[in-house]
Design a protein around this ligand. Structure first.
Ligand SMILES: C[S@@+](CC[C@H](N)C(=O)[O-])C[C@H]1O[C@@H](n2cnc3c(N)ncnc32)[C@H](O)[C@@H]1O
Length: 465
């Protein structure tokens, strides 16, 4: 982070803007929304400048700059010409005040960001002068997402701060109470302008709330690319008190977890069940009984080879409220990122997801004759280690040795690897490309549609021509 954002309080604070032209006027327009006393230091103001801010600014000529600086908290230099710049900066530096010089980032102690203004709620977007237009665009996007009455919600919360503090001695309980308020009907009412109803609701909530049991969300994190998370998953991650996550969950997704949430790796990876499944159930139950909002974050979708079903059952048996938030399973993520449709009108009328993992290290006992039928796609999860067996069983059961295959390792991530070939060379392909996993095997005619297979075929045709 090149910049460190801070917000200056403006009550009983003086700010000096140096300059009387359009640049200065734009900055004064922003400052006029605050409580600051604004001193404009200029020999002359642009037409209508003084009228626009009548009663809101005080003006003084350049010769009074040093005096004005005595009481100021920060300075904005917004001169139209550079002729006075050096002298003005010398005075500001002598007064040891932080300064912003409009359009001269190299002379600034601070920059004025793109400001998102919702009354008591203020957001700031900055790019360090690299791309101010981008900052404005981001601000506009955020503005569209932020309810107009967000500032009212902050003011509403402020009016109840004391009451909530005396109701909940423990800080964690207070936090959890506020999070519930901000994501429930009370906040909705404030945002809809129904403040009286919201107040009644808040008083009731304070009265009734005892230390209730928490809740567990079993959340699919998708195959790696954080943008593949659902909106619900994002919301739940940002509300969590504690997150138990698997090894397959990418760093990009973990970056979206609420900053203060506790994170516990239950690190399951191939052949390495570092925390046994019953122990994971215990952790989830214990955390929920302690009143926490718990997230169990799993790679892909929790209900596809994810043991999400076992966890849900254990939680329900323990009487814990538990919900499932689906995720993009790796088959769907890998298909999209490689351009391979898993079904296709002419090439595959069905798709079957199978596991390649079996306890004895060999391929599991699958219905090979049915999987060997043409015109269908077989997606094998956890099949890297057992690829030689899978290849052998499928060919022996009648699947053509020439069936196209696509192996995708770390699908949708920055380090995604793709390898295309024929079923007869599947295990060789994995070996020569050094694929270790997590990887999927996509077996079927549709694999010939992968961007890589098409590029390879084109190269072959060019060589033959
Ligand atoms: C225990 S299963 C979990 C599957 C997960 N629940 C899902 O829906 O994708 C783990 C297997 O999923 C596959 N997998 C998970 N993430 C992957 C990724 N980013 N790229 C390729 N395969 C992945 C691999 O086959 C891996 O061995």
């Amino acid at each position: 982070m090149d910049l460190f954002p801070v917000f200056f309080g403006t009550k009983d604070v003086s700010v000096v803007v140096v300059g009387g032209g359009e640049n200065a006027r734009r900055k004064v327009r922003l400052l006029a929304k605050t409580h600051a006393h604004i001193h404009v230091c200029a020999d002359q103001l642009a037409p209508a400048f003084a009228d626009e801010f009548q009663g809101r600014i005080e003006t003084a000529p350049f010769e009074h700059l040093s005096e004005l600086l005595n009481d100021a908290k920060f300075v904005i230099v917004a001169l139209e010409e550079d002729d006075r710049l050096e002298a003005v900066l010398a005075d500001v530096r002598a007064a040891r005040l932080p300064v912003n010089v409009v359009d001269r980032p190299e002379l600034c102690d601070f920059t004025v960001p793109s400001i998102l203004d919702r009354g008591s709620v203020v957001g700031a977007i900055a790019t360090g002068g690299a791309a101010p237009v981008l900052a404005r665009k981001i601000r506009a996007q955020l503005e569209a997402l932020m309810p107009k009455r967000l500032g009212d919600l902050a003011d509403f919360a402020r009016s109840f701060r004391g009451a909530v503090k005396s109701r909940f001695a423990d800080e964690a309980d207070r936090k959890s109470f506020w999070e519930k308020v901000f994501s429930g009907p009370i906040a909705d009412k404030v945002l809809a302008g129904e403040t009286d109803d919201a107040r009644m609701g808040m008083l009731r909530e304070l009265e009734e709330t005892s230390n209730k049991q928490g809740v567990v969300h079993i959340v699919g994190a998708g195959p790696g690319d954080p943008e593949l998370l659902t909106l619900k998953a994002l919301r739940v991650l940002q509300d969590a008190d504690i997150v138990f996550y698997d090894k397959l969950v990418g760093d990009g997704v973990m970056d979206l977890v609420r900053r203060d949430a506790e994170r516990i790796s239950v690190g399951k990876s191939k052949g390495n069940h570092s925390v046994p499944q019953p122990q994971i159930h215990e952790y989830l139950i214990e955390a929920a009984r302690a009143g926490k909002r718990v997230v169990r974050l799993k790679g892909g979708d929790p209900f596809i080879f994810g043991r999400g079903g076992e966890e849900l059952l254990a939680l329900r048996e323990a009487g814990i409220d538990a919900y499932v938030v689906p995720g993009i399973s790796s088959a769907l993520g890998c298909a999209a990122s490689t351009g391979v449709p898993l079904t296709h009108r002419n090439l595959a009328q069905s798709v079957t997801f199978v596991t390649g993992h079996a306890k004895n290290g060999e391929a599991p006992d699958l219905d090979w004759p049915s999987l060997a039928r043409a015109n269908q796609t077989v997606v094998v999860y956890m099949g890297v280690g057992t690829a030689p067996d899978i290849q052998k069983h499928l060919i022996e059961a009648g699947r053509s040795a020439l069936t196209p295959v696509l192996v995708v390792e770390n699908g949708t991530r920055d380090n995604e690897v793709r390898a295309t070939g024929r079923l007869e060379h599947l295990s060789e392909l994995i070996e020569t490309r050094g694929i270790r996993g997590p990887a999927l095997l996509i077996i079927g005619e549709v694999a010939s549609l992968s961007e890589d297979a098409i590029a390879e075929a084109q190269t072959l045709l060019e060589h033959a021509a």
